[in-house]
Design a binder for this molecule. Structure first.
Ligand code: NAP
Ligand code: MG
Length: 481
């Protein structure tokens, strides 16, 4: 293990912290992924000031320069996805395959926005006044504060940083304190990409101190946040105080509906992938499985069989399907929700136990409850673990109603061979992304991503729609002589 301390990146320099973050592997707590310099408020203020200074020229930079830089970052992430994916898997606990996949996807975000840099078109129109020309075009905002969660430590950073830079903004990134390693590797690549000093800054530290300083600063023009609802609400209030633009992506309680006419294999594959992969630590996870009564028993039996074949283990071990829970606090929270579900009368079919494996870590077996109602606490609150609950219903209409009866609305899914029900569900599901015969988790990078109700606030992320958040419109009027 190296004694090197990976530093913060401020104004093009590697900067020491005031303390050190020990990044521990949740699959093997004897493995220290690395030591990271912990920033404080002062470092964050320096980063904001540097970004403000750098913004002046970056906002006027040529589009090809932006494209080349974004391409460089994307290509290196893709070329090094195995190596960086291993660090990601070690720090977060997801499987190596999931870590490698996430890094590859992160590279695609940079490449996509590299191309988008050349497509930023405005509009020209005639005026209502004769002889006057009107131009509508988009300008960058200024400094964007980016706050990311631990569950997708590289991908969330990538889908925010790439469009922010593409559209000419400067950035201060604060990753989750639990997982600074992926963000640091991204910063290291950015430091060699040709991006001018100060345009991108990384400050690693706690949400309470560094995140709070970033999001309450009057010198940032926008905040984009992915994380929990409580923190999101707090950030939004602070942003409004400064008239800063705000975009929030938060939790959910996604439903997967399985109708009587479903293809059973598709239903089980989608439910298993949606509920348990990534250890259930996805904002798009299927935690409520709403099953029509005619297929209920057959589905539960097939699900149980499939779950018996799932291997839980060290994220780095080949053949493992489900890695570790991110830390002890999250594991204890999952186990607490297991108890809550049992007390509410939910019937445990299998799983939900803490596992002792060869390495010391935070492992639990995936859990399936049946005989649950949509009113139970276990079906109202986000658990963020490998726990799914079956809700039995008597009709498609009852399934749709239960699916929509939630404070959240990020993704939803339906497994059916009926065009009629699939079409109706797409129209009437109150979520941001609707999946037909596909898992609720798993989205593309060139189209918008986001939810409704308590799951999201502000403009959509990803694809071309991201420019609505990262740019501001200017309307020019001119009267040529
Ligand atoms: P979290 O506790 O809300 O933390 C998210 C980020 O906010 C972290 O970097 C955290 O810093 C920071 N933070 C905490 N307090 C802050 C404050 N007062 N001001 C500014 N920043 C602050 O969420 P998490 O536990 O990391 O992630 C899990 C949650 O994220 C789940 O609810 C999940 O559904 C959601 N999520 C949503 C999406 C989506 O796109 N909808 C995607 C992934 C995850 P520290 O933790 O470093 O202190
Ligand atoms: Mg860690």
């Amino acid at each position: 293990m190296s004694s090197e301390v990976y530093k913060n990146y401020i104004n093009g320099e590697w900067v020491d912290g005031y303390d050190v973050i020990n990044n521990i592997n949740p699959s093997d707590t004897s493995d220290v992924v690395g030591h990271y310099a912990k920033a404080n408020s002062g470092h964050c203020l320096e980063a904001i000031a540097a970004a403000n200074t750098a913004f002046d020229s970056w906002s006027q930079s040529g589009l090809e320069q932006r494209k080349n830089i974004l391409d460089f970052i994307g290509a290196e992430l893709i070329a090094r996805k195995e190596e960086i994916g291993a660090v990601l898997a070690r720090e977060e606990g997801k499987t190596l395959a999931e870590g490698v996949g996430e890094v590859g996807r992160s590279g695609q975000f940079f490449q996509y926005y590299g191309a988008e840099a050349l497509r930023l078109m405005g509009e020209n129109t005639a005026s209502v006044r004769p002889g006057v020309d009107v131009e509508v075009h988009r300008e960058p905002l200024g400094v964007v504060g980016i706050v990311t969660p631990w569950n997708f430590p590289m991908a969330v950073a990538a889908w925010k940083v790439a469009p922010a830079l593409c559209y000419g903004n400067a950035v201060v990134l604060k990753p989750a304190e639990l997982v600074p390693g992926s963000a640091w590797l991204l910063a290291e690549i950015i430091s060699r990409s040709g991006l001018p000093a100060g345009v991108f800054n990384l400050v690693m530290g706690s949400g309470r101190e560094v995140g709070e300083t970033l999001c309450t600063s009057a010198d940032i023009q926008a905040v984009t946040f992915t994380g929990s609802v409580d923190v999101g609400r707090h950030i939004a209030r602070n942003a409004i105080e400064n008239m800063a633009r705000v975009q929030l992506e938060m939790g959910s309680k996604n439903a997967l509906v399985v109708l009587n006419d479903a293809d059973l294999e598709t239903a089980v594959q989608c439910a298993v992938a949606g509920a348990y992969f990534g250890t259930g630590q996805k904002c798009t996870a299927s935690s409520r499985i709403i099953v029509e009564s005619g297929i209920h028993d057959e589905f539960v039996a097939a699900m149980t069989d499939a779950m018996n074949n799932l291997v839980v283990g060290n994220s780095m071990t080949p053949g493992v399907h489900i890695g570790a829970v991110v830390d002890e606090r999250q594991l204890n929270q999952n186990l607490k929700y297991m108890e809550i579900a049992k007390q509410e009368g939910a019937q445990l079919v299998q799983g939900g136990e803490r596992l002792t494996l060869d390495t010391e870590g935070y492992f639990m077996s995936p859990a399936l409850f049946i005989n649950t109602t949509n009113q139970m606490q276990i079906n109202r609150e986000e658990v963020f673990g490998p726990i799914a609950c079956v809700i039995k219903v008597e009709s498609y209409e009852a399934a749709l109603e239960a699916s929509n009866d939630s404070d959240f609305g990020l993704t939803s899914g339906i497994i059916t061979t009926s065009l009629k029900y699939a079409g109706h569900f797409k129209r009437h599901s109150k979520s941001g992304c609707v999946m037909v015969n596909l898992p609720t988790a798993g989205t593309d990078y060139h189209v918008p991503f986001g939810g409704r109700k308590a799951s999201s606030y502000g403009p959509r992320e990803q694809g071309q729609y991201a420019r609505d958040f990262y740019t501001i419109i200017k309307t020019n009027y001119s009267k040529p002589y």
